[in-house]
Write a protein that binds this ligand. Structure first.
Ligand code: SAJ
Length: 431
């Protein structure tokens, strides 16, 4: 079987690099997205997202004629669905977030009319267990003239598999090629077809399982990381109480040959680690106790940091009785959701800076070397250069360990350091 034409539905952080990767192997790729701006940008050979090396890849793919974007699905031999799986709106504070499969359903309904016998459909979106089977049902009810693997097994007209993406933002282009892939076909032939497709560019091993295990594997990876970060975050709170430097503690414990504690921080952000564990919790609330608790620990960390800033403000005012609260300036260093990226979405650092700006009557400054301007809805935070912040601020709050902040040597009395970057310089060292 040769996949001459491959269609990628959803041209975001996963879909676009994947489409470009197939195109780089001289496959005809049709990218589909409902976002007209994204489609127009890609067709000009440009990109609408930030990811190292992707601009060149897309530019070459488009100018050589292997990649084209459109808003309407067209016939293809394989369809990869890489659309978001966000939460449904939450009614009450404290409710367990539940996954929203509407984008998968829309994608299934959009491609159904152009499907033909022999086509392969792969769901790449991170999904709750059972989502691939659900998608297969949506497709089957939209195309009663075709047979599907959930009912007709190996003899079906259409092949379906779940092959979750597992690439790290910032390293997507390399990891797409190098990482092993979990291949969860609804039948064995579905898995074999998916392997044939991925072998176009994947150098890692393609390992076969069923679709439900593949879904759970992806959720497990991100939940495992979330639980481990929660452990580090909890340690940082315990150490603060016991007057112990958590960074020194972790580096000592990590000298044990079987211990590898991750880093504490201001909380867990991004669109994956802070989201995916809820897909397990919402499905098995009674059983997923540890995973649920980890989510709560990580979600509570930004509030803890804000409380630490309140203490620092009180300490500052006590040491400077001539100053009023309104005259206290706080600088927040780093607003992205992790180091050395420009992505502000679901960022605990930005959440903390915004909360401080809301409760603090003085100035809140933001230093984010990776962005030129803040989103319009971010009010009350003045984006400024690091040197000016160092000079102007009374309280220095380090939220992200961007490379620009490391080794920055300045003398300040009131530092709240959530990443242990300025630890040695701090008079007031908080974790
Ligand atoms: N973080 C810490 N301490 C750490 C490591 C991370 O606080 O020791 C924080 C980061 O600052 C960030 C958050 O966790 O706010 C998530 O960052 P990350 O680098 O751990 O992960 P993501 O969200 O960029 O990408 C993850 C990856 N999953 C795993 O490493 C298991 C990636 O491989 C997945 O493909 C991606 O989620 C995804 O799309 O699901």
């Amino acid at each position: 079987m040769l996949f001459e034409t491959i269609s990628v539905i959803g041209l975001g952080y996963i879909g676009l690099p994947t489409a470009a990767m197939f195109a780089s192997r001289k496959r005809k790729v049709i990218g589909v997205d409902v976002n007209r701006h994204a489609v127009d940008t890609i067709n000009k050979g440009q990109i609408h997202i930030v990811e190292p090396d992707l601009d060149m890849l897309v530019h070459t793919a488009v100018t050589e004629g292997y990649l084209r974007a459109t808003t309407e699905p067209e016939p293809a031999d394989a369809f990869l669905i890489a659309v978001p799986t966000p939460f449904l709106p939450i009614d009450n504070e404290g409710d367990t977030p539940k996954p929203d499969l509407q984008y998968i359903e829309s994608a299934a309904n959009a491609i159904a009319p152009v499907l033909k016998k022999g086509d392969l459909i792969i769901l790449e979106s991170t999904s709750p267990v059972g989502a691939t089977e659900q998608m297969a049902k949506w497709l089957a009810s939209a195309r009663v003239d075709l047979t599907f693997p959930q009912t007709d097994g190996e003899e079906s007209d259409i092949r379906i598999a779940h092959c979750p993406e597992r690439v790290l933002p910032g390293h997507v282009v390399r990891e797409l090629v190098e990482n092993d892939r979990v291949i969860g076909g609804i039948t064995n032939k579905c898995s074999q077809a998916a392997i044939e497709l991925y072998e176009t560019f994947v150098q890692g091993e393609c390992v076969i399982t069923n679709s439900r295990t593949a879904e759970m594997a992806k959720l497990t990876e991100n939940s495992c990381r979330d639980v481990q970060i929660a452990f580090a975050n909890e340690l940082s709170i315990i150490c603060d109480k016991l007057d112990i430097d958590v960074w020194e503690l972790i580096s000592l414990a990590n000298r044990h040959p079987r211990i590898n504690i991750l880093e504490p921080g201001p909380g867990v952000g991004g669109h994956c680690i802070a989201v995916d564990p809820w897909f397990i919790v919402s499905k098995t609330p009674e059983q997923a106790q540890l995973i649920h608790t980890a989510r709560k620990v990580n979600d509570s960390k930004p509030h803890w940091v804000v409380d630490k800033v309140k203490v620092a403000i009180a300490d500052f005012l006590q040491a400077n009785p001539d100053k009023t609260l309104k005259e206290v300036t706080i600088a927040c260093y780093g607003l992205a959701f992790k180091p050395d990226i420009d992505d502000l979405r679901e960022s605990p650092a930005l959440q903390i800076a915004q909360n401080i700006a809301k409760i603090h009557s003085g100035k809140t400054l933001g230093v984010e070397p990776n962005v030129h301007e803040l989103p319009k809805n971010v009010e009350d935070i003045e984006l400024i250069d690091i040197e000016i912040a160092i000079k102007k601020a009374d309280i220095h709050l380090l939220l992200v360990d961007h490379k620009e902040f490391k080794g920055k040597n300045f003398n300040a009395e009131f530092i709240v350091d959530t990443k242990g970057v300025w630890g040695e310089l701090c008079h007031q060292f908080l974790t």
